[in-house]
Design a binder for this molecule. Structure first.
Ligand code: ZN
Ligand code: CU
Length: 346
């Protein structure tokens, strides 16, 4: 490609500081170095993690940055030592890695790769360092991705190669939220056939958890949310019973216990509110990207979607251009959308 080995100038939405609108700027994206891949991002969704970083950040650490970690695109060029990717490959960049060599990658029980940015680079936001600059200043890649840019550079250990026919403006959702909720049910919780499940919180992660419970063969799936407008969507993903905690004058755990002869078999907390969690001699687990070993599993999820085994389109409520990103953030912030897909490059 004509751009290989050269700096690419392109558009990106930069978060210069916390609590401020993103600004569309021209940035420079350096060529990929050893083991790295430069990707043209076609589409990206936004996820609550972005909102958390943008609005809840305590200080300016982690800024300026390009947010975005639910994207999909096409390989533009590869750096030295990259053999598994070539220009033109469709890919999903990931904020979780699978180096394949560490103790954790070699253990079938975990996906917590030792080289995940989250283990060591929480404050630095980028692994191993950013390839973005704007007006001479380095700009971080949020969670090592930064998909609100037309081009990004990623380490190959955090990139999944997907099917050539995959629609990028949909499968980008499999890069975080949908895989997280789905995997929380099928991997982390290990929902079993015939079981009774409850899913708390019906955003994208919760709806994907409902879908995971259904695909794992649960016989009854309680969908719990204080916003009853979400129940219709939960039904589409397989929920059988719907509960609004605000409609009862006792704790929802008691209501569920009465309705299920003592309690559910699996309870999935997808609100992100620790007060929802109930502890009393139960087994508790957390999940990172649904427990999926990313490079192995994300391509399979894409194929499951293409084969009609899992739903993705149903999460998409809005589509916008990169220029409208601040409107998309507002929709997300005010709970008016499940997932908004942004067209990143034309
Ligand atoms: Zn590893
Ligand atoms: Cu996310």
């Amino acid at each position: 490609m004509a751009t290989a080995g050269k700096v690419i100038k392109c558009r990106a939405a930069i978060a210069w500081e916390p609590n401020a609108p993103l600004v569309i700027e021209e940035i420079e994206v350096a060529p990929p170095q050893e083991g790295e891949i430069r990707i043209k991002i076609v589409a990206s969704s936004l996820c609550h993690t972005e909102l958390y970083h943008l609005f809840e950040a305590k200080d300016k650490q982690g800024f300026p940055t390009v947010l975005g970690h639910e994207g999909a695109g096409v390989v533009e060029s590869v750096g030295p030592g990259v053999t598994d990717f070539k220009p033109g490959d469709k890919v999903i960049p990931l904020s979780v890695s699978q180096c394949g060599e560490c103790r954790f990658c070699k253990c079938p029980k975990t996906n917590q790769c030792d080289r995940n940015w989250i283990n060591k680079y929480v404050d630095f936001m980028s692994y191993p360092t950013t390839r973005f600059t704007c007006r001479g200043q380095p700009i971080l890649q949020f969670t090592s991705t930064g998909t609100f840019s037309e081009y990004i550079v990623m380490n190959q250990i955090s990139v999944a190669k997907i099917h050539d026919d995959a629609p990028l403006d949909r499968v980008c959702l499999l890069g975080c939220g949908v895989a997280t909720g789905y995997g929380a049910a099928v991997n982390t919780a290990g929902v079993t056939p015939g079981s009774v499940c409850a899913v708390f919180g019906l955003g994208a992660v919760g709806l994907a958890a409902v879908m995971g419970c259904k695909n794992a063969g649960a016989s009854r799936i309680f969908a719990v949310d204080i916003n009853e407008q979400k129940f219709e969507k939960a039904k589409v993903f397989g929920a059988t019973d719907f509960l609004n905690p605000k409609a009862y004058n006792k704790p929802i755990s008691e209501v569920l216990a009465e309705m299920t002869n003592g309690g559910v078999d699996f309870s999935l907390e997808c609100v992100g509110n620790p007060e929802v969690m109930l502890i009393s001699g139960k087994t508790w687990k957390g999940t990172l990207l649904g427990g999926f070993k990313v490079k192995d599993s994300i391509p399979k999820l894409v194929q499951d979607y293409m084969a009609g085994k899992i739903k993705v389109d149903e999460f998409i409520t809005h589509k916008m251009d990169l220029e409208e990103i601040n409107d998309a953030i507002n929709l997300m912030k005010t709970g008016q959308c499940i997932r908004c897909i942004l067209n990143i490059s034309k």
